[in-house]
Design a binder for this molecule. Sequence first.
Ligand code: AMP
Ligand code: MG
Length: 472
Amino acid sequence: MSLHIPFDNTFARLAPHFYSPQLPEPVKAPHLIALNQDLARMLQIAPGEIPEMAEVFAGNVLAQGAEPLAQAYAGHQFGNFNPQLGDGRALLLGEVLGQDGKRYDIQLKGAGRTPYSRQGDGRAWLGPVLREYVVSEAMHALGIPTTRALAAVTTGETVWREGGMPGAILTRVAASHLRVGTFQLFAARGQTEALKQLTDYAIARHYPDAKGPMGLLRAVRDAQAGLIAAWMSVGFIHGVMNTDNCSISGETIDYGPCAFLDEYHPEQVFSSIDRMGRYAYANQPSIAVWNLAQLATALIQQLEDPQDGVEEATAIIHAMPSLIEVEWLRLFRRKIGLVTVDSGDLDLISDLLERMAENQADFTNTFRALSGGNARAEFTDPAAFDAWHTIWKQRQQAEQDSKAVMRATNPCFIPRNHRIEEMIAAAVANDFSPFHQLSKILAHPYEEQPDAVAYRQPPKPDEVVRATFCGT
Ligand code: AMP
Ligand code: MG
């Protein structure tokens, strides 16, 4: 059987200023680490023999119908505008239609230099590739919109970072790779026609019911609001919410220095490059609003008189914080087993979170234990939990399916940082069993999986990961 990817490309039909055609740079000795069978099936991809898949997902052999290109974009990085970014180490091979009728990008990440590489080598090393594979698939299993991982290969080449690291390539799947930064590029250049084309393309592809630039803005706002609330509900910290990493489709994209909370603390930051805590856990809602404002600024440039769009765009942006809050409250209500609405719920949830922060409670395990387990043991001072518990129990009397709701909302398993690090270290030593094991467990995060209890444990003091890195 031969690998077949049923490409049906649309982005490559757009005008050349949106991208640069670019072939992948061949690698020495590709080796397939993983193919995501379920995702391949969903994308109507027929898997081939393993050596053939290794060649294709390493970029050595171009699958029939692929039209590789590097996408152009700009973006605000930590608040500073960079007028020229673009795919510096990624190539869009093309698009396929999934069994769900939706269109998906297939992209190689780490496939070599492009016109947007600047000082970079266009490559990726094994650590970030496996991290993105595991964490993006875990996010999908948690039910959170995300890009996905179709395949991972090693290249047989060395990539130079702090030292020599094994090279690898990830095949990433996304609803599209359009970013806020894609719009910013053409707005900054004053290319109004390109901006209009891009707007039409994004509407047709993602939000066919949206009307015009302001309709698109509203749709992106709604998608991003839901996404950020979902991140907060599982303790996810993206780590680099730059506008070039903010997807128009509303998917989580770019798993660089991302991490999940172990102990709950609203100010938690893991990313080694986020020195000011701009992208700290609790800042994510306001950063999402800031990013939307940048999209609005770009979109209105295509209006005859941009001033005409300011009022409407402002109203759209101003509505975003409360949209995030409403969804956040709905999710956190569910996390404590509440489906009905009471005016005291926000205080009840906030009170729990405050007590958790003061008592170094593990975010995931505390919530999961509410539906059966010993939540008070998560608190350095268990009495702090008891006081909350009494009030919660009274409130819960109004509920029917409290336990079932909590079990469907509070995962047992998240990709804990120390497990990710352990998995990467093993892979670098050529042992991929922790990668496969972790992937298997995280595919069913809401199931108890008694054999996997060790993966529910927070890190021991010497296992705590304090900093994560972009891995570029
Ligand atoms: P990121 O921080 O991963 O979102 O990347 C920011 C920018 O740097 C994007 O334009 C990337 O394509 C580019 N980039 C990151 N790593 C590399 C690399 N190894 N080689 C070339 N460009 C890179
Ligand atoms: Mg990026």
